[in-house]
Design a protein around this ligand. Sequence first.
Ligand SMILES: C[S@@+](CC[C@H](N)C(=O)[O-])C[C@H]1O[C@@H](n2cnc3c(N)ncnc32)[C@H](O)[C@@H]1O
Length: 294
Amino acid sequence: MSKNILNTIIHGDCLKVLKNIPNNFVDMSFADPPFNLKKKYNHYEDSKEKRDYLNWCNEWLNEIVRITKPTGAIFVHNIPRWLSYYSECLNKIAFFKHWIAWDSGGAPLGKTLLPNHYGILYYTKSTSHKDFKFFDIRQPHPKCRVCGEFLKDYGGKKAQAHKFGPLLSDVWNDIHRIRHKNRRDEHPCQLPIPLLERLILMTTDAGDIVFDPFMGTGTTAVAAKRLGRKYIGIEQDLDYVKIANKNIEAAKETKINECFVSIYLNRIRTMRDSDFKKIYETPKNQNHIELKAG
Ligand SMILES: C[S@@+](CC[C@H](N)C(=O)[O-])C[C@H]1O[C@@H](n2cnc3c(N)ncnc32)[C@H](O)[C@@H]1O
């Protein structure tokens, strides 16, 4: 089975499909499960009893760790409430690296504090830095839209700031949810491609296998393809599988001077620190992408 599932979205229940995937098979696992918040999916009923939901999550969490290689990374995206339970499970079978706070840009609702970040738990299967893949990543400097000046003062050392942007921290506020209807599919919680591209560039090499058990309309697979990685996805809703396959077919590699980079609306959103010189110092640009500054 293993070879046939490369670069496919498998239509089915992730727990059943996962049982047939061998141990240590994929380089990175990313899971964005239903949040149990009564969202309107086509078929999935998004309101389980708390214990049932958490037991179900523990089952697939164990499975995604099992199929990830010892050099690999495991990411799980959810609201903080559920991630606090996921950690209980993951701490027994993998190694905690980071809680990435993704501030996706919400609007205050009143009555409570605005829950303004999603969490992405980052775990590895090996504990030592020399045994798992991790690549330093840079994001563009946050700049004023009007005058183009840096928004941060970098402790008064702006002049010494990196030409492209700082190394990434664990708080991400430069990637927004897809706001415009014409840029999104008929899915209640489609993630933005640059979010997945950042995680992929941070933890995998070109040619590696990226896995997602809740593929939705294909964000993870599209990001993997654009960055020259392979993918395996599972999705139980056939309509979403069809949309995902269309999106994947339309996706093209995004490369500048032989380096894979995350590009959105003509701007580089994420690059590897080790690629910076090559991207900026040689003029060739395979895709003829017109890049705007930062
Ligand atoms: C939060 S959404 C994922 C969205 C996805 N990250 C994207 O950007 O399109 C969760 C998805 O999991 C699917 N799903 C729910 N239960 C599933 C299961 N047991 N096996 C496979 N897919 C499932 C739902 O149909 C839904 O599309």
